[in-house]
Write a protein that binds this ligand. Structure first.
Ligand code: PGA
Length: 267
């Protein structure tokens, strides 16, 4: 039986904004997107220093406060790192794990990604496990192998009942911040492989309930076609999330695409 998953759109602000503009952007996003919060999970991932003020702005509007990263150790001598308890203190609900910039710019490996994911799950946080191939890997025909391998490594030792807390973000590295978006068909093909792997690893119900976001140059112009794919359950948005009208259009596209899927369920 086909099921329609609740859409999920995230705004990853990365290392952008300052204190004043973070508050202003959060205010604008709440005003623009608050009315969709009953039909779509909407998360904002501001830089760490602004989590508290952005969280205050999100308040009771139904938007989710998200963090861009977390460390797996509970406390101690880990200069510069942030624990799950610190995030919970600030009312953070969801955390990005293994974003491509953390993997490829900062140098995180699958083992660290998995440790962070397990710690976040243990703390009761929602997690968005980010995976994706580089251009070199795609051109070498390694797309599926790389994504399945990052998926398996990231989900190592995750219990079936914890999968409810997990979202996957498929973000081809060559599409992130480049303006070069994956075609809806190419993205959907990878989403299908991811879902099938989760069905093999867990079961059909877990795979059917799993939300898989697409990320990489999502904008107001391409969101509708991407989210129209039955396999694509929303997006993780970088650049376009810094512009509230554009972010609103993306959220709206996710809501409308989901309504259509509900009328004509296929997957
Ligand atoms: P982008 O970033 O939308 O700017 O390509 C997406 C991401 O890195 O999550």
């Amino acid at each position: 039986m086909g099921m329609t998953r609740r859409p999920f759109v995230g705004g990853n602000w990365k290392m952008n904004t300052d204190l004043a503009s973070a508050v202003e952007l959060a205010d604008d996003v709440v005003a623009a997107c608050g009315c969709f919060a009953d039909r779509c999970d909407i998360a904002l991932y501001p830089p760490f220093p602004y989590l508290q003020v952005v969280g205050r702005t999100l308040g009771h509007h139904g938007l989710l406060l998200g963090a861009q990263d977390v460390y797996h150790q509970p406390n101690g001598a880990y200069t510069g790192e942030i624990s799950t308890d610190m995030l919970l203190d600030l009312n953070v609900k969801v955390v990005l794990i293994g974003h491509s910039e953390r993997r490829h710019v900062i140098g995180e490996n699958d083992e660290l990604v998995n440790a962070k994911l397990l710690a976040a799950l243990e703390a009761g946080l929602g997690v968005v496990l980010c995976i994706g191939e580089t251009l070199e890997q795609r051109e070498a025909g390694d797309t599926n192998r790389v994504n399945v391998s990052q998926l398996m490594a990231g989900l190592r030792e995750v219990a079936p009942e914890q999968m409810e807390q997990v979202t996957i973000a498929y973000e081809p590295v060559w599409a992130i911040g480049t303006g070069q978006v994956a075609s809806p068909q190419d993205a959907a093909a990878v989403h299908r492989i991811i879902r099938r792997s989760v069905a093999d690893l867990y079961d059909q119900d877990t795979a059917g309930g799993l939300r898989i976001q697409y990320g990489g140059s999502v904008n107001a112009a391409n969101a509708r076609d991407l989210f129209g794919e039955p396999q694509i359950d929303g997006g993780l948005v970088g650049g376009a999330s810094l512009d509230s009208p554009q972010f609103k259009a993306i959220v709206e596209a996710a809501v409308q695409a989901t309504e259509k899927k509900r009328e004509a369920p296929t997957a």
